[in-house]
Design a protein. Structure first.
Length: 694
């Protein structure tokens, strides 16, 4: 009998609310609710479809719901679904699993989680809790239509009524509480000041921070892994363009692939509030992209959606998802940002597929642990980028990516930086910028090209600044730090190096570069720590070994330096035949004996290894370390006579303290002037592209 009375009371209040006239705002909420209910079983029905059926733009719909309900669009849709699920569970219209599909949840487990988060108990307990639930359920406020979301109407509580406080007492108590809170804040603030903490430390907006985890490839064919990786990277690249977001880098997020850490643990490690997870499943000529957005601090999966597309129609998907993610995070997109996100680089599905394959190989090569595989992967990626260009000659990103791989192959010494290759890189990034002047990737490559091959440092700086403006979440901090290593001051290089590491703390290249900057700052213990991290991330990069050797010599740790030098020679010769020579040299002259042995080895018996193959620049460097000015200048001049001149390190002598003994030598200053003014001349007619036919 009690249950019937409670039900009658609930239905009476609903009917009463429905008979009252609605305001325009209430009518809009009712209209939106009805649209969601009409599409209830469609799990793919989301914000975009609701806005379309309501005759509104996505932005206006979001703003309206935010102002009226303090909810975003996905929250609104989800709560309509949950409210209808509650009614169906009460009426025993099926099991919780069956009802989850009827109200548009693609996963019963996710439905159970959302239901529990919203109502405080799982759907299986609805019948047990029904009497109490109905008595205490939120009923529409005056003039609020049934089925909408609302604040509860005042009603008698089941708990005995307490004596009402007067308005005067309420004011007095409120003021007292405010004064108490103010005192607590002032005491806390004073403690921070006394302890030396700046109140501005760690001030971030975590609600606008996000890490995109590697998308899972759920397809039966594992060869399609490049599609999942490509879609994930495209979404990430679109999010990078939004200045209001703080987006964690891809190399950082990939560090957590395969770990057993929870979303909350990952979020705390990278200092991000939100996590975007996704999966890609290919079936036939179709693909399903599933994404979900998680508030990692609250473990709240507050938005999820499936996108079903033909394989030939996935080109625009990354822009759609990025915009939806931005809206879910209450991010305001500027018109230029929205325009850049919506820009489609190619309409050609075949070109896009080749591009994804090439980028997958290139990225894997940059982060691969073995250098030989890295070179092989980069060279393989060239073919796919060239095929992408052949399929669509107006594909700006493909030109930029092809230029970037050529630049990397030269920068790491796998290709000689001859006139033709340098001209090819320039032609590629120039073509990319002709097609798309806002291509941040091309501006970044152009900046690096000006700096490393033309030594046009100011022009290079401007290009890097343009790239940073176009891509605020992925600025070229690494390239900017390297520029400042050339031009100085080295203190500014440290600032940008720290920024780069903050974005990408798990990228071995950055830790190696970090060690170089510490070496130039003469902070040798810090440099060794950075080398240790770089070596843990990539064990076979020989210049990390060289850095350890140099830093041990600076700290006077001769035995460690000698052992590191032995390891370097082992890697080059695959034997220990020079071990005794190295130790004998150390026993005779200490640390200076190690450099003497290196110089003699390079002049008389070069070993085919980095720094041990007779390169004049390294001989000059080691003479400078030992304090021999004359020989150092002589070998620097010899270096200028070689075709390659070892510009990678030659460019850095301005901030390398080992060359301080030469700063006032006119011959050294002449060499510096030649480096700064030497530019590569070529005829553009010499450039040839090798295009791979389909």
């Amino acid at each position: 009998m009690t249950r019937i009375c409670i039900l009658s009371k609930f239905n009476y209040l609903k009917i009463t609310a429905m008979t009252r006239p609605l305001s325009m705002d209430q009518a809009l909420i009712q209209k939106l609710t009805d649209i969601v209910l009409a599409n209830l079983a469609n799990e793919n029905f989301g914000a975009e479809q609701l806005a379309k059926e309501a005759g509104m733009s996505r932005v206006n719909l979001y703003r309206k719901l935010e102002s009226l309900k303090h909810k975003d669009v996905s929250q609104f849709i989800r709560e309509v679904r949950l409210q209808r699920a509650m009614e169906m569970l009460r009426n025993n219209e099926g099991t919780a699993s069956e009802i989850s599909y009827k109200v548009g949840f693609g996963s019963p487990a996710y439905f159970t989680k959302c239901f529990h988060d919203h109502y405080g108990f799982p759907p299986g307990e609805v019948r047990k809790r029904e009497p109490v639930l109905l008595e205490s359920e939120q009923i529409s406020e005056t003039n609020t239509p049934a089925g909408s979301f609302h604040q509860s109407e005042p009603k008698k509580s089941l708990i005995p009524e307490v004596r009402q406080l007067s308005y005067k007492n309420i004011v007095i108590i409120s003021v007292g509480i405010l004064i108490g809170l103010l005192l607590i804040f002032l005491v806390y603030f004073s403690i921070l000041k006394i302890s030396g903490h700046d109140e501005k430390e760690n001030v971030t907006n975590p609600a606008k921070s996000i890490v995109v985890l590697p998308f899972k490839n759920l397809s039966d064919d594992k060869e399609t892994e490049y599609i999942a990786a490509g879609i994930e990277e495209d979404i990430l690249n679109q999010l990078y363009k939004i200045s209001e977001l703080r987006v964690i880098s891809r190399t950082t997020s990939e560090h957590f692939e395969g770990t057993k850490l929870t979303a909350g643990e990952i979020a705390r490690k990278v200092n991000a509030r939100n996590i975007l997870e996704g999966s890609v499943r290919q079936y036939g000529n179709k693909v399903r992209i599933s994404v979900q957005l998680i508030d990692a601090y609250r473990d709240d999966h507050f938005w999820s959606e499936n996108f079903d597309r033909e394989l030939t129609d996935i080109i625009v998907i990354q822009s759609e998802i990025a915009i939806q993610v931005a809206l879910q995070l209450n991010t305001v997109l500027s018109e230029p940002e929205l325009r850049r996100i919506k820009k489609i680089n190619t309409q050609n599905p075949k070109a896009y597929d080749y591009y994804l394959r090439g980028r997958f190989l290139a990225h894997k090569s940059y982060t691969e642990q073995r250098a030989d595989i890295s070179e092989e992967g980069l060279i393989s990626s060239l073919k796919y980028f060239e095929k992408a260009i052949a399929a669509d000659t107006n594909f700006a990103e493909a030109y930029a990516s092809l230029a970037g791989v050529h630049q990397t192959l030269m920068g790491w010494g796998w290709y000689a930086p001859d006139v033709k290759r340098i001209a090819t890189v320039e032609a590629l990034y120039t073509k990319a910028l002709e097609i798309d002047p806002d291509c941040a990737h091309a501006h970044s490559i152009k900046g690096g090209h000006y700096i490393w091959y033309y030594r046009l440092f100011e022009e290079g700086r401007k290009e890097l600044q343009i790239a940073a403006r176009l891509n605020p979440n992925s600025p070229p901090h690494q390239a900017y730090a390297q520029l400042l290593m050339i031009t100085g001051p080295i203190e500014e290089a440290r600032i940008y190096m720290d920024k780069a590491l903050e974005r990408e703390p798990n990228f071995w290249v950055l830790h190696n570069l970090n060690a170089w900057i510490y070496y130039f700052e003469e902070k040798y213990k810090n440099a060794i720590d950075a080398c240790s991290i770089a070596r843990d991330l990539k064990s076979d990069y020989i210049f990390t070994d060289w850095l350890l050797f140099l830093n041990y010599t600076k700290l006077g740790e001769g035995i460690k330096a000698a052992e590191e030098l032995q390891a370097i020679v082992h890697a080059a010769t695959e034997t220990g035949k020079y071990d005794k020579e190295i130790m004998d040299a150390f026993d005779r002259e200490g640390i200076k004996g190690l450099f003497t042995w290196l110089i003699q080895k390079n002049i008389n018996d070069p070993v085919p290894a980095a720094g041990l193959n007779g390169q004049p620049f390294f001989i000059a460097w080691w003479y400078a370390i030992t304090g021999n000015k004359e020989e150092s200048v002589y070998w620097l001049e010899k270096n200028m006579e070689t075709p390659r001149r070892n510009y990678t390190y030659f460019n850095l002598i301005a901030t390398n303290p080992d060359f301080d003994i030469l700063r006032n030598d006119p011959r050294f200053l002449t060499i510096i002037k030649k480096i700064r003014t030497c530019t590569i001349q070529y005829k553009k007619s010499q450039i040839e592209f090798k295009i791979y036919p389909d």
